[in-house]
Every structure is written in structure tokens, then in C-alpha cells.
Ligand binder design. Structure first.
Ligand code: SF4
Length: 530
């Protein structure tokens, strides 16, 4: 029985109905409906074994678990509803992870800023650490260590800057150590110190130079949520707002990838995501895709999974070798799979902003070609049955009103693009981490219009996407499809009633009232945390 317990909150310990994209639903607040409705829709409960060990767990946590097991520690991932089996008493160290502990990252911060209510991920993270048995174990000396992509949200500097986070941390007896960066190796040292009651630095930031080499990264021992497995880390495009770009690019060999595919396959997982910051680049040392590397990777994945998706791809990568995408489709699409999803960072429609904030994103093309590249990539993707989620950033420090108008023009050009457009408020990360957060009270009229246009596009397209999205077999499929269709219809009604429905060629800044004020929405007014 583990003396080192690893966990996360309930919104992350879920397979989101086998649809990773539905996990985005946990970044919104419980709006109008009670939280239980959102739990059914977006984060159904993960099955556990008699020890409270989850059948699948988030991939990053599986990596930490594997590293500790490889080093001989008695460590396991435990479902947040079963922590009471191990604490107080047995567990000496609790490691927590998360994508967005307090809803400060995009898109949670966007929803939180608009609806003025804590998002579900934040509510559940606080609830998880406030369980009586966790607090009791803390009183008895159990060490608490935080990591994961959003570790910065628990760093001492954030606690000082955002007082309510500091108050929450104090209420759970503090955090012994916060680790930022790729801690595959370093986590062993931190846990060893915690178990031996040695001094733990309150905040450790691992630099890109300390990033582990491929051979130092453990292979997962137990299955990951939705069969997600990593194929590499890092990105060389250098966008100023992104923390990934500071890390060196590393690709895993096929043998390492196959070992993890088999771990998932063993429990019957037959659908999975290949994860890297640009799957199209697999095996490439620069920004030119390598067909000789990518196609064998996809063929390998298809030997183990019936359906294979991609986590991310860049517009410029696709357009560098557009014909390669149809070859990928030939490998991936068959009688078991009719489409695949991916996240694409579009971020802006403005060539000027591309030059100012993300010049590498367009390489090897010119910034002036960006809007046209995006439109062509959209056609290319849909022609090959790729239905992406495209992110846009609102409120970059370098952004001007004209940049926003150009992004609206681009959204209009993408009106029939079968995709979900996801606008996100700027959050200071990467090279811009010293800048201010973009806040709701700074949303200009043009930015309002951009948000409304993206919302309208998303609601319009999501009705069609539902049919492809809910392709699983099973008795509940029609019920879930009908439920989601009803939910989309409800959101459309709210959008229309509140003047948030916006079709192309409408006047920018037409609505004079602030966007989504609490007075106009049928939800209780929640005190704003500034
Ligand atoms: S292309 Fe994507 S992953 Fe790479 S630096 Fe830019 S935002 Fe980050």
C-alpha cells in the first residue's frame, strides 16, 4: 500500500466519455444547472479497483508514478474519492497535479471572467484538498507537493499576488514544495527528501537545461486517460506567450511509444491520442515535416488503436507539406474511424500581430500570408476529415484594435469551417510571464464582437459536429447525443436572448452593454475576485 500518493481533482480524473475535447467543459463554471449536470456531461466518474486505484489516470501523473516506481518508491495514483483509505496514517507524501488548479489558465479564465463564477476545475481542486481526511493527514505531518502544468498557480509569488489563493493554501496547512518544469527525474529527489523529513525548498523551477533526455523519461506502467500517450516534447517556434517553446525538442523512438500503446491496449483501450506540441513534426529536427517518420508512427498507432487522434498541429506545418495530410488520412481512416480531431493554435488573423508576438508560428512562410494560410489549412483539414478545435488569444499585450478586427475577418472567412473556435483571454506565460493578466473589464467593443462571433460559429458548427463526435456504440449513445443537442440549444437560446448571437458582416461594437453582465444572466451574482 503506497506511502506516496499521487492524485488530482475529479474533473481531471475522468475520461470525459472517451472524448478528450469534452474535458474543456470542466473549465466553465456550473452555469444555471447544478454541478451534477456538468459532471454527467463532462467528467463522469472514473472506475477504480478495490484499492481505489483508477482504471485510467492523466498521462502526466502516470509519468510521475512510473518514475517513482522505477526508482523503487512505494507510490501509486489514487482516485480523489478514495484518499481516505490512505490518510490520515499511511500516506507520508501527497503529490497533486492539475492543468489549471484555480481556473487562471485559458480557457477557464475566459469563462470565469465572463460569467464571474469559479470554474468547475477550481471548485473541485479546492474541494479535493479540503476533504477532512486530507486536512487531518496534513495536521499529522503528511507532506504536500504540487506539480503539473499549472504548478505556478501555487507558487509563493502567485499566492501573494492573488490573495484568495494564499488564503486557501493557508486553510489547508500550506504547501511544502511546488515544482515547476519537467520533473521526471527531479521528483525522485523531492520525494526522497519529503520521506526523510529533510528540508524542502518551497518553490523549485526547473530550467530547460534540466529537462530530461528521452532515455531519462520513464514509460508509463498503468493506463492513461483516453489512451493519450506522448510522442515527444518541446516546440521550436518560439511564440512569446507560450511556455512549451522554452523546452528543447525531443522525439520518442517508436519502441518507447509502442510500449505505452501496449499498456493501454491491455485493458481494452482502443481509441487514443498522440500527444506532442505538433504531431505533424514527429521526428523532425526543424520545421519541415518528415513523411518517413510520421507515417510509420501513425501506422504503429493504428496497429494498437482502432481510432487515433492528434493533440496539436500547427497551421504552417500542415501547409508546408499539404499532401502529407491525405497520406495520413489514408493510414488513419477506415471502417473503424471516419474522422480525427486536433487542436490548432490560430491565435490571430493579423499578420502584424504574428510578427510582433509569434513570428515563428508562420515559418517557413511570411507573416503577410497568415490569414490565407489559415483558410487554406481549414479547407485542407476538412477535406481530409480533420475537425479541429482552433484557439484564438484575446488581449495579447501587443494586440491593437485593428488586429482584433482582422481576427474577426478571419473568423468570418472560416464561417463554414467544420471546427470549434475557442477564444481565450491572454494569460501571462512563457516570455510574457511578467505582463498583466487580460481581464474582463478591459474587453473592448471589437473584442466583444470577436467573442460573440466565435461563440456563434461554435454553436452553429457544434450541431453538425455532434453527429461525428458521438460515434461510439452503446445503448446510451442516442441519449447522450440528445442531451448534448439540448444543451447546445439551451446555450444558443441564452446567446440570442442576451444579444450574444453574431453573424458575419454584422456591425462591430453593435451592443453597448457590457458583455454577460450578472444582471442579464439568470445566475446568482457572485462576488468578483480581482
Ligand atoms: S507553435 Fe504552439 S507550442 Fe509552439 S511555441 Fe507556438 S504556441 Fe507554443
Amino acid at each position: 500500500m503506497p506511502e506516496v500518493v499521487i492524485t488530482c481533482d475529479w474533473t481531471m480524473m475522468s475520461n470525459h466519455h472517451g472524448k478528450e475535447f469534452l474535458g474543456f467543459g470542466t473549465t466553465s463554471p456550473a452555469y444555471v444547472f447544478p454541478e451534477s449536470v456538468y459532471q454527467r456531461l463532462f467528467f463522469p466518474r472514473m472506475p477504480v479497483d478495490p484499492n481505489g486505484f483508477p482504471q485510467q489516470a492523466p498521462y502526466g501523473m502516470r509519468k510521475v508514478e512510473a518514475s517513482l516506481l522505477d526508482a523503487g518508491f512505494d507510490a501509486r495514483i489514487v482516485h480523489p474519492s478514495h484518499l481516505d483509505r490512505y490518510m490520515p496514517g499511511q500516506a507520508k507524501v501527497l503529490l497533486v497535479s492539475g492543468h489549471d488548479y484555480f481556473g487562471l489558465n485559458p480557457p477557464s479564465s475566459t469563462f470565469q471572467g465572463l460569467i464571474r463564477k469559479d470554474p468547475l476545475n477550481c471548485v473541485n481542486f479546492k474541494r479535493m484538498l479540503s476533504q477532512p481526511h486530507v486536512l487531518k493527514a496534513r495536521e499529522q505531518g503528511m507532506k504536500l507537493i504540487a506539480g503539473g502544468p499549472c504548478a505556478w498557480q501555487l507558487a509563493p509569488a502567485t499566492q501573494m499576488k492573488v490573495p484568495w489563493i494564499g488564503e486557501f493554501v493557508a486553510s489547508i496547512g500550506g504547501i511544502d514544495c511546488v515544482v515547476e518544469g519537467e520533473a521526471d527525474q527531479y521528483v525522485r529527489e523531492v520525494v526522497r527528501k519529503a520521506l526523510n523529513d529533510e528540508f524542502l525548498p518551497p518553490h523549485i523551477v526547473l530550467t530547460p537545461k534540466e529537462a530530461p533526455k528521452v532515455e531519462q523519461i520513464s514509460t508509463i506502467r498503468y493506463p492513461s486517460v483516453n489512451g493519450l500517450i506522448e510522442i515527444g516534447r518541446g516546440c521550436c517556434r518560439g511564440c512569446s506567450f507560450c511556455s512549451v517553446t522554452t523546452r528543447p525538442t525531443r522525439w520518442y523512438p517508436l519502441e518507447k511509444i509502442e510500449a505505452e500503446l501496449k499498456v493501454n491496449e491491455q485493458i481494452g483501450i482502443r481509441k487514443g491520442l498522440l500527444h506532442s506540441d505538433d504531431v505533424y513534426f514527429y521526428g523532425s529536427p526543424n520545421v519541415m515535416p518528415r513523411e518517413d517518420k510520421l507515417l510509420p508512427l501513425l501506422a504503429l498507432a493504428k496497429r494498437h488503436y482502432e481510432q487515433v487522434g492528434w493533440s496539436h498541429v500547427a497551421v504552417a506545418s500542415l501547409m508546408t507539406k499539404p499532401k502529407l495530410l491525405s497520406k495520413c488520412a489514408e493510414v488513419l481512416l477506415d471502417e473503424k474511424q471516419s474522422w480525427w480531431g486536433v487542436e490548432v493554435g490560430v491565435e490571430t488573423g493579423s499578420p502584424r500581430l504574428i510578427t510582433a508576438a509569434m513570428p515563428g508560428k508562420v515559418a517557413p512562410f511570411k507573416a503577410s500570408q497568415w490569414p490565407e494560410l489559415v483558410v487554406q489549412a481549414a479547407g485542407l483539414m476538412n477535406d481530409n476529415h480533420v475537425y479541429p478545435a482552433c484557439t484564438f488569444i484575446v488581449g495579447l499585450p501587443q494586440e491593437t484594435e485593428d488586429d482584433v478586427l482582422k481576427t474577426i475577418d478571419l473568423i468570418d472567412d472560416l464561417w463554414d469551417f467544420k471546427a470549434i473556435l475557442v477564444p481565450m483571454f491572454f494569460v501571462p506565460l512563457g516570455h510574457l510571464k511578467t505582463k498583466d493578466w487580460f481581464r474582463r473589464d478591459r474587453v473592448s467593443k471589437a473584442q466583444q464582437e470577436l467573442l460573440k462571433r466565435a461563440l456563434t460559429h461554435g454553436l452553429r458548427q457544434s450541431k453538425g459536429l455532434l453527429e461525428d463526435f458521438f460515434d461510439w456504440e452503446g445503448a446510451h449513445t442516442s441519449a447522450y447525443r440528445a442531451t448534448f443537442r439540448g444543451f447546445i440549444g439551451f446555450l444558443e437560446a441564452v446567446a440570442r436572448i442576451n444579444g450574444l448571437w453574431s453573424e458575419p458582416n454584422g456591425p462591430v461594437g453593435r451592443i453597448q452593454d457590457p458583455l454577460l453582465t450578472p444582471e442579464r444572466l439568470p445566475i446568482p451574482t457572485i462576488p468578483v475576485r480581482e
